[in-house]
Design a protein around this ligand. Structure first.
Ligand code: NAI
Length: 314
């Protein structure tokens, strides 16, 4: 059994849905849990309540676990991290999970809808990770999870604000995984689908039974366990199915020719090759991507050189 004894975990938005399942499971497996939740509405409007966080804390304690409630908004990131330090003396695991929705067709989306969704999802994940980072660096151990969405990966009608923030989290995680490597800090991204108060009106019939939040929980806990070294990865997870997602590109075409201007028509004439995924490529690092481009450019220079040799010889 994978255990978390001695580890301190912060789960944001842990009063409901997915976060609640993570918090309960961490508590059952020996971690000290900060149950963060401001007890707000799904849109971030209206009154707040300490009840969701308190109920989860009570459940963890009633099962013999260790937990403390934190009612700050994730925007008060330093205060959230401080709750872990004050109560348990460290922070090992940060699960960025809290979230809201303000769905509107793009034409009707206000700046407030855009900004609030970005603040709670993307900016708060930055603030929280940034506040936890010095502790994780110092102890040379940390596990960070960010929560993206298939709405970001594939787009979704009425969610321009949410999609953009959720894709931003993928970029954040990609870079945190690189910067954390030296300090044994991993950062991974999940794009879950689960029946919750956030999605109950959006998912098809049968979702309540088949897409329970508890079916997402095991992946998150595994990624946060000391035995899992994976970092910089992105996973789709729903209903018990888990798959890793990566960016892919076509093998493309070098449309520029030696000693000739590059034209719009060169693009048109090579379009099929540019967009064909017959031989897909993917890169694990940006350095791989740069090498690929430099090789492609070199192939023109070589051709150029070859051409000039031919010209000299003839
Ligand atoms: P939920 O609405 O059941 O739980 C979210 C919790 O976050 C709530 O308890 C809420 O009070 C809390 N919260 C909201 N704003 C907060 C703030 N400023 N500070 C602290 N807590 C705050 O939603 P669910 O479905 O469990 O979603 C969890 C995460 O998973 C979200 O980031 C969501 O965008 C993401 N997600 C969920 C999907 C799903 O199918 N349920 C799909 C894709 C992503």
């Amino acid at each position: 059994m994978l255990r978390f004894d001695g580890r301190v975990v912060i789960v944001t938005g842990a009063g409901n849905g997915l976060g609640k399942e993570y918090a309960l499971a961490f508590g059952e497996r020996g971690a000290s849990v900060v149950v963060n939740d401001l007890g707000g509405s799904t849109s971030g409007d209206g009154s707040k309540s300490s009840r969701p966080a308190d109920e989860v804390v009570d459940l963890i304690k009633s099962r013999g676990g260790k937990a403390v409630a934190d009612y700050h908004s994730v925007e008060d990131a330093k205060a959230v991290i401080q709750t872990a330090i004050d109560n348990f003396g460290r922070v090992d695991i940060l699960v960025n999970n809290a979230g809201i929705l303000r769905d509107k067709s793009f034409v009707n989306m206000t700046e407030q809808d855009w900004d609030l969704v970005h603040r709670i999802h993307l900016r708060a994940a930055y603030l929280l990770s940034h506040a936890a980072w010095p502790y994780m660096r110092k102890q040379k151990y940390g596990k960070v999870i960010v929560t993206s969405s298939t709405s970001g990966l594939y787009g979704n009608f009425g969610q321009a604000n949410y999609s953009a923030a959720k894709m931003g989290l993928v970029g954040l995680s990609n870079t945190l995984s690189l910067e954390g490597a030296k300090y044994n800090i991993t950062c991974n991204t999940i794009a879950p689908t689960a029946f919750s108060r956030l999605t109950q009106d959006l998912l098809p019939p049968g979702a309540e039974e088949n897409l329970k939040p508890v079916f997402v929980m095991p992946l998150v806990l595994y990624l946060c366990h000391e035995s899992c070294a994976d970092t910089g990865s992105l996973f789709e997870v729903a209903g018990g199915w888990i798959g890793k997602v990566r960016l892919q590109k076509s093998s493309g075409a070098m449309v520029r020719r030696a000693n000739a201007p590059m034209t719009v028509e060169d693009v048109r004439d090579n379009w099929q090759e540019i967009v064909s995924f017959a031989k897909p490529l993917y890169h694990l690092t940006q350095a791989d991507q740069v090498t690929h481009i430099m090789n492609a450019v070199e192939s023109i220079t070589n051709t150029d050189q070859a051409n000039s040799n031919v010209l000299t010889e003839t």
